[in-house]
Design a protein around this ligand. Structure first.
Ligand code: KIV
Ligand code: NA
Length: 278
């Protein structure tokens, strides 16, 4: 993997209609390394960090400092995948200038290649300013978890023809502002199909059916490392959490029985030094 060419923003754009894009979250050096070795196209340091790594109840409390700390760690673990930093709550909403500065910090201090932000056409000016500053942007419409208080919970979005069309308008405004890809979260397949058909940039679905140009999942969900709840749209490809508990139980059992450490894990004095100690 280390000699593979890094994935670029133009390559992600050009993938539309050619090949499906594979994206996954990662939040630190080992997880980014694993994702990169698996050959994903894009790694997202998601603000889902708040929930799956920091144990918070929602994503609202995660800070720029938290995100930059983890983005920089993840950047050290990947060599090929495009690294996208997720703009946390209140890092971009207040005004365009602050949004550009914070987005820039993801590239300059987090060593990301791009940022992602939640929200519709109200953020087109923010996206345009970021792109103008040389910061590639991924949009995110549908269920936008930073807005759960406004949305009334974590609900599927775009469930009527009218709301599907409104979501399409949002997505188009972000595309026109210069976004190079669009996450669609928790929307009916028909809504995702409409947006995927109408946009010229790739759509990346999570809970958006099989019609999008790519997929994204939270690493801890797909590996079975997060057991608080499993959304309907998650497929668990492994049960790493229980496997880790098993391994640690074996370790504790062997410590308590004295089976670990064995001679092969143990340093010894040379015989002549051992004799002097006797
Ligand atoms: O924070 C996150 O993990 C995300 C993905 C689910 C798209 O935004
Ligand atoms: Na997110």
């Amino acid at each position: 993997c280390s000699d593979a060419k890094p994935v670029t923003v133009p390559e992600i754009r050009a993938a539309k209609g050619e090949r499906k894009l594979c994206m996954v979250t990662a939040y630190d050096y080992p997880s980014a390394r694993i994702a990169d070795q698996a050959g994903v196209d894009m790694i997202l340091v998601g603000d889902s960090l708040a929930m799956v790594v920091l144990g918070q109840q929602d994503t609202l409390g995660v800070t720029m400092e938290d995100m930059l700390h983890h983005t920089l760690a993840a950047s050290r673990g990947r060599s090929r995948a495009l690294l996208v930093g997720d703009m946390p709550f209140l890092s971009y909403q207040a005004d365009v200038a602050e949004a550009v500065r914070n987005a820039g910090r993801f590239l300059a201090q987090g060593r990301a290649n791009a940022v992602k932000l939640e929200g519709g056409k109200a953020y087109a000016p923010h996206v345009a300013a970021m792109v103008g500053a040389g910061i590639p942007v991924v949009g995110h419409v549908g269920l936008t978890p930073q807005y759960f208080n406004t949305l009334g919970g974590f609900k599927t979005q775009g469930r009527s023809a009218a709301s599907a069309r409104a979501m399409l308008e949002d997505a188009k405004a972000l595309e026109e502002a210069g976004a190079f890809a669009m996450v669609l979260e928790a929307v009916p397949e028909e809504t995702a199909a409409l947006i995927t058909r109408e946009l010229t940039i790739p759509t990346i679905g999570i809970g958006a059916g099989n019609v999008t140009d790519g997929q994204v999942l939270v690493l801890h969900d797909l590996l079975g490392l997060f057991d608080r709840f499993v959304p309907k749209f998650v497929k668990q490809y492994a049960q790493i959490g229980p496997a880790m508990v098993d391994a640690l139980q074996s370790y504790c059992d062997e410590v308590r029985s004295g089976a670990f450490p064995a001679p092969e894990h143990t340093f010894r004095l040379p015989p002549e030094e051992r004799d002097k100690l006797a």
